[in-house]
Design a binder for this molecule. Structure first.
Ligand code: ADP
Length: 397
């Protein structure tokens, strides 16, 4: 069985064709600059990279180009579109409308339109991608895989905000979380690595990248996560502030003459590591700047690690203990300084890092970086969101 995984953004479309027998990526690529001049497809297959420069006025033209490439004589990997058994679409927000992977139907797409306002930067783009695929492959089974689904198991006292309950009921304002497919993948992979059943484990998964979120996973189910109604909440991130007293935003908007919309753009794009350091949102740049003596880069990194540490502590309490901590995503997988800082001075909680093991070179495999005798196992697990989307789609169809 072959599954095409599609992740559509407003001006981009990423895809992977995955062979489910081997779980290997047969081909993958990205369409860029959809709807703006200078469209481009970069396609990788058979160990080679192919670049097609062509105007991509909309997502339908883009997906047509992808399918042409997949069956192309030179760049192709399949003889015809019939070899694609189903399509799995990544969707950022499900609201309360969907709690699990869902087959695409007209009715489902109506519901998708209704909840689009929950993630105005992401969901409308996903809808464009889904509709484009439906137009080009009308008979193909398609599944929607939501970033929020894994968090649907959070108990009410964890996912609700202490606002007027009637407002929650009417407007569905609550914590939804994000990166769910990644948290699910690494929590499952950790159990497999530890040769334990997911039901036996209490795990904290730290997805630390440009966007970061931390989840508490008990018995294979998410019981809490750091992102909220939107991905703005939780630990500070590349350009997002993370948790902040909302009254401070009103104060800042007044002082800086910003509307609420501008204030939210500010909090999403100009704060976090970038805002504090004044250097960059990229952890590689920040680590280099800190080493060169830049104190604001040091401060940004310290704030990040301290915030992550507080979530780890809080989630140990929420879980009632801890068996394993997992680091994943760009920063979690590649930045030993961050892992070390997050887990420093936590011996009292049974968490001990082996400093040498922590310096491993990322080779795409799982690394156990806990010290001999550490009660809590510390693992670094490369995430694979596309594989989760493909697995869920295959299971559904
Ligand atoms: P996104 O949230 O956009 O998916 P990623 O998970 O790719 O982000 O993480 C990007 C972050 O990972 C950047 O801050 C980058 O500095 C950091 N990083 C550190 N080392 C590496 C590396 N070797 N490869 C990729 N990203 C790295």
């Amino acid at each position: 069985m072959k599954i095409l995984v599609v992740n559509a953004g407003s001006s981009s479309l990423k895809y992977q064709l995955i062979n489910m027998e081997t779980e290997a990526v047969v081909a993958k690529g990205t369409c860029e600059r959809i709807g703006i001049a200078g469209g481009k497809l970069t396609h990788k297959s058979n160990g080679k990279e192919f670049v097609v420069e062509r105007e991509l006025p909309n997502h339908t033209v883009a997906i047509k180009l992808v399918l042409d490439e997949l069956v192309d004589k030179e760049a192709g990997v399949i003889a015809s579109m019939d070899e694609i058994d189903a399509v799995g679409h990544r969707v950022v927000a499900s609201g309360e409308a969907f709690t699990k992977t869902t087959l695409v139907t007209d009715k489902v797409m109506e519901l998708m339109d209704e909840i689009a306002e929950l993630a105005p930067l992401h969901n409308p783009a996903a809808i464009l991608g889904i509709n484009a695929c439906r137009a080009v492959m009308p008979n193909k089974k398609m599944a929607l895989v939501f970033d929020t689904s894994f968090h649907a198991t959070m108990p009410d006292y964890a996912h609700l905000y202490a606002i007027d309950y009637e407002d929650y009921k009417q407007y569905k304002v609550r914590r939804y979380g994000a990166h769910g497919t990644s948290h699910k993948f690494v929590a499952g992979a950790a159990a497999e690595y530890l040769k334990k059943k997911p039901e036996e484990l209490k795990i904290i998964t730290c997805h630390l990248g440009n966007g970061s979120s931390i989840s508490a996973v008990k018995g294979g189910k998410c019981i809490d996560t750091s992102m909220g109604f939107t991905p703005l909440a939780g630990v500070p991130m590349g350009t997002r502030s993370g948790d902040i007293d909302v009254a401070a935003i009103d104060f800042l908007c007044n002082k800086k003459g910003m509307s609420m919309e501008e204030g939210l753009t500010y909090l999403n794009k100009k704060c976090g590591m970038l805002g504090v350091s004044g250097v960059s949102s990229d952890f590689r740049d920040l680590t280099a700047a800190k080493e060169a003596g830049n104190d604001r880069a040091r401060l940004a990194l310290d704030m990040f690690a301290y915030s992550c540490k507080k979530y780890v502590g809080a989630y140990m309490a929420a879980l009632g203990g801890l068996d394993c901590i997992v680091f994943t995503a760009g920063v979690g997988e590649n930045t030993p300084e961050v892992r070390k800082a997050v887990l420093s001075d936590m011996q009292a909680f049974g968490i001990e890092l082996d400093e040498n093991k922590n310096l491993f070179k990322n080779d795409g495999s799982i690394h156990d970086i806990s010290a001999e005798g550490s009660r809590v196992r510390v693992l670094v697990i490369p995430t694979n969101e596309e594989l989760v989307i493909a697995r869920e789609t295959a299971a559904l169809v």
